[in-house]
Design a protein around this ligand. Structure first.
Ligand code: AMP
Ligand code: ZN
Length: 440
């Protein structure tokens, strides 16, 4: 079996920070939490009044639990304070802004100081070195450059480790393939939905990634995807896929990342303090339970956020990891609490459906979930071209198999529509998997 031990030597970018003992890590977190609270108390009226109301004196922070007395910061708080309300340094100290769009109203603006850029590049460098990317690699960055953090933050980190970075951005698939061939791309940074599409284009062109490309690994994130999708993409390209998690509010990518053991994503706890809460009640849960991830930034200078509600559902894995890193891991993101939908009274995450679909032979790369009424959903599934061979039996069998497997998982019987590959819209950025026509 291919194990991380015999396929690569374990290396670190910042070994002492990455393998720090738990005791030392917790003391360090306490020190940085104190610094962060003093910084926002002095510079952000929004947080000063919150500390005052909770009776917290930032000059005397004795325990990490102190923050549990402060209210959460939500994306609405960011919107209401748009653009400069939560800035903690003079504007002259800010060198970059990113925005995160969200679905409604005003955007959220997130600022970076020079130090913030430096630290975020180092966190990405940790992630890349951890998974074997270094000087000899060529990383093709297929995330969107611009106001999103995805591409730029990864770009700086990849340059930091000395890789050759191709700032390709997403889309223009023919050009992506030429770039991959011309420059011998070894790693890509890509969304799962675009990776699936790229694989289908390679197939159509008769390009065998194993023979015709030099690709070894993909860094994949920005949207929830299942373990089945990871495996499918690993097999289609013959590469390793590493899960990469981050959000604009916490620098963008580089918050948590898989190591070669791929058993959850190490979350860099010397930069981020995490809690898990019940998304409905806000109650702090035992960290081993699944719930919403709440993050306090410990090192952000321009715009620290205290107890930020990510809306992402996960749990914390505290057992030791064989790679030697002591930072705990979070499990694959189950979905966003606001992505969950209810059919026939059952709570369903799109990823539960995806996991089933991607594990079924004959299912191709793209699908869409259509919510039709409170008790009816349709799943449109692209299937492999050779199944349209004129024999209706093959299609009926597959349709019945998908219906049964999805029903067993979500306890609701879906209508399954089988489609030829290339029928459903393809997204270059974050995929829109669920179409809700109940309120349209
Ligand atoms: P943005 O701030 O626009 O970069 O979006 C951040 C959001 O993307 C996160 O809060 C997650 O909901 C989602 N996301 C990012 N990386 C992942 C990942 N690896 N798995 C699941 N969701 C992710
Ligand atoms: Zn590890």
């Amino acid at each position: 079996m291919k194990t991380p031990e015999n396929s690569m030597t374990i290396s670190y970018w910042q070994k002492s920070e990455e393998t720090i003992t738990r005791d030392a890590l917790e003391s360090f977190q306490l020190e940085k939490l104190g610094e962060t609270l003093r910084h926002v108390y002095a510079n952000v009226p929004f947080y000063r009044s919150r500390c005052d109301e909770a009776g917290i004196d930032p000059s005397r922070i004795k325990s990490l639990d102190t923050i549990k007395r402060l209210p959460f910061t939500t994306s609405d708080d960011l919107r209401l304070n748009y653009p400069y309300g939560l800035l903690a340094v003079p504007k002259d100290e800010v060198v970059r802004v990113h925005t995160s769009s969200g679905t409604t109203g005003k955007p959220k603006a997130l600022f970076f100081s020079k130090g913030d850029i430096e630290r975020s590049a180092n966190l990405i460098a940790r992630c890349l070195v951890m998974t074997g990317t270094g000087k000899s690699d060529t990383l093709q960055n297929m995330m969107t450059y611009g106001l999103f953090t995805g591409a730029l933050v990864m770009h700086y980190g990849a340059e930091r480790v000395g890789a050759l970075v191709i700032p390709a951005g997403p889309g223009n698939t023919d050009r992506q393939i030429s770039l991959m061939r011309d420059f011998g791309t070894t790693a890509v940074h890509i969304t799962p939905s675009y990776a699936l599409y790229l694989a289908s284009v390679l197939q159509k062109k008769g390009i065998d990634p194993g023979k015709d490309l030099n690709l070894r690994r993909a860094y994949m994130g920005a949207e929830p995807y299942s373990e089945e999708t990871r495996k499918k993409i690993e097999n289609l390209f013959g590469i390793d896929v590493y899960n990469s998690y981050g959000l604009t509010e916490m620098n963008g990518p580089g918050v948590a990342f898989e190591c070669p053991y791929k058993n959850g994503m190490h979350l860099w706890e010397d930069h981020f303090l995490v809690e898990i809460i019940n998304p409905e009640t806000g109650e702090v849960l035992d960290e081993a339970r699944e719930g919403e991830l709440v993050i306090t930034s410990l090192r952000r200078e321009a715009m620290p956020l205290i107890r930020y509600r990510t809306r992402d559902i996960t749990k914390i894995l505290s057992d030791t990891c064989a790679c030697g890193r002591t930072h705990r891991r979070i499990s694959r993101i189950m979905g966003r609490s606001d992505d969950m939908f209810v059919v026939k009274g059952v709570n369903i995450f799109p990823q539960q459906i995806e996991q089933i679909l991607m594990g079924i032979k004959g299912v191709a790369q793209n699908y869409q979930i259509v919510l039709e009424s409170l008790d009816q959903l349709t799943i449109k599934v692209e299937i492999s071209k050779d199944l349209f061979d004129g024999n209706i039996d093959h299609l009926l069998k597959l349709q019945a198999a998908i219906t049964a497997k999805v029903r067993a998982e979500i306890l609701v019987k879906p209508t399954i529509e089988l489609l030829e590959p290339g029928t459903l819209p393809v997204s270059e950025g974050k995929a829109k998997r669920v179409i809700d026509i109940r309120t349209m």
